[in-house]
Design a binder for this molecule. Structure first.
Ligand code: BGC
Length: 428
């Protein structure tokens, strides 16, 4: 047996997002999107896993495992259900959650915005609304005042790159479902501005808080000729946000897979559109998010690709590539893996995913990269956006008919790593 030791104070956690677990988020844009007649969503979120009501027990489960961090989001649509009306009862709800985390020896890591917007704001254009930066600032001020000294780690906006591309550029199953380069760029600019404005408010109210963005990042690989398009796609979806994080306290890295850019497949689009947004859009849709079937082969057609329930390549080590990239672009910047996980019905695969992910990350610490923590996605099986409840990302299983929680072996596995601060590997 050999042990991979992690630095003292390493954050070991699991994550959720309000809309995916709380239930009945009725004032949000996602709620409306799920219920509209031509929705691309498989099913509505409904009562989700009732985390809004059941959080005391859920927090006890996470603490009982031995984790030391719980990353969750507070819900803008609940806190400000009508413009300018901040609901003290809801702020109090999140204050209680934070207090309970602390009492349970879980460091609360709070995300201010995880994909959802209040419906009234979405109706005004969402991330394209000219007032959204100011409104996000106001919202930040109320939340941070309410949570006071209780929260040290704040994530402003979750995966702005996914929001901008999915909702405004690529026309994904993501509200408002817009397409086009102008919308994409407009949303990107406002997300970045909102992040910076929010960070400034947090620092004004809580100078010692650690503030960062959480970024969706892929390990990228291109076959011969694909490199320019890979660089272009990566700069739009990742690097612009990393540049915006230059003055942040930490960078949150969220990696699920590897994107393979195949020049031969991109060729048709490229000759037609020569690195236009359209080409990138198609490339990303097919390579990163699309569920590939016939093309289940590497770019060179050599070996079949092992896939997760999401259709992504099973590639736990991708996270080391993305952490390394952040360290290269922002040397010395503290990094937290704020999401890393796999959708699978076979929990042994989750244990393998965690093991291989941590094995790939560990050498980076020895190299001096300031990796501060590992937060797994997700604490519980939950509402996977347009994919609904079929995708099993949880360390803890939830039977939605009874709302019963059942620990999976992977939960205990990660808990043991957290308690001992080491990963023990069997001799090979
Ligand atoms: C998001 C989560 C999502 C997860 C798995 C991330 O993009 O932050 O909300 O559930 O990936 O797809």
């Amino acid at each position: 047996m050999s042990d991979l030791l992690f630095p003292a104070g390493f954050l070991w956690g699991a994550a959720t997002a309000a809309h995916q677990v709380e239930g009945d988020n009725t004032n949000s844009d996602w709620w409306a999107f799920e219920l509209k007649r031509a929705t691309p969503c498989k099913e509505p979120s409904g009562n989700a896993i009732e985390h809004y009501l059941r959080y005391p027990r859920d927090i006890a489960l996470l603490a009982g495992l031995g984790l030391n961090t719980y990353r969750f989001s507070v819900e803008w649509a609940r806190i400000e259900p009508v413009e300018g009306r901040f609901d003290e009862t809801q702020l109090d709800h999140y204050r209680k959650m934070v207090d309970l985390c602390r009492k349970s020896k879980l460091t609360p890591m709070v995300t201010l915005n995880h994909f959802t917007l209040p419906k009234w704001l979405a109706d005004r254009g969402g991330w394209l609304s000219p007032s959204i930066v100011r409104l996000f600032e106001e919202y930040t001020r109320h939340v941070v005042k309410a949570l006071g000294d209780r929260v040290e780690w704040y994530c402003t906006i979750n995966e702005p790159g996914v929001v901008a591309f999915g909702g405004y550029g690529g026309g994904f199953a993501f509200p408002p479902g817009l397409k086009g380069a102008e919308n994409w760029k407009g949303a990107t600019a406002q997300l970045i501005e909102a992040h910076k404005a929010s960070r400034a408010i947090i620092k004004e109210l809580r100078p010692n808080a650690k503030v960062g963005l959480t970024n969706a990042m892929q390990e990228w690989e291109a076959n011969a000729g694909g490199t320019p398009i890979m660089n272009y796609a990566r700069s739009l979806t990742e690097d612009s946000y990393l540049e915006a994080a230059a003055d942040d306290d930490f960078v949150g890295v969220q990696t699920y897979t590897r994107a393979r850019v195949d020049m031969r497949r991109a060729f048709g689009w490229l000759t037609k559109a020569a690195l236009s947004v359209d080409a990138i859009e198609k490339l990303l849709v097919s390579q990163v998010v699309g569920r590939q079937t016939a093309a289940d082969a590497t770019p060179d057609g050599a070996e079949p690709i092992r896939r997760t329930q999401m259709g992504y390549e099973f590639r736990p080590q991708a996270v080391a590539a993305t952490v390394r990239r952040v360290a290269k672009l922002l040397p010395g910047k503290p990094i937290v893996v704020t999401e890393h996980g796999v959708a699978t019905a076979d929990d042994a695969e989750r244990i393998e995913f965690i093991t291989e992910g941590l094995k790939s990350l560990h050498p980076l610490i020895d190299e001096g990269i300031p990796l501060r923590g590992y937060v797994h996605w997700s604490a519980f099986d939950n509402f996977e956006w347009a994919f609904g409840y079929d995708m099993k990302f949880g360390l803890i299983e939830v039977d939605r008919a009874t709302q019963q929680r059942t620990m999976k072996p992977s939960a205990r596995f990660l808990g043991r790593i957290a308690r001992t601060n080491k990963l023990t590997l069997p001799d090979s």
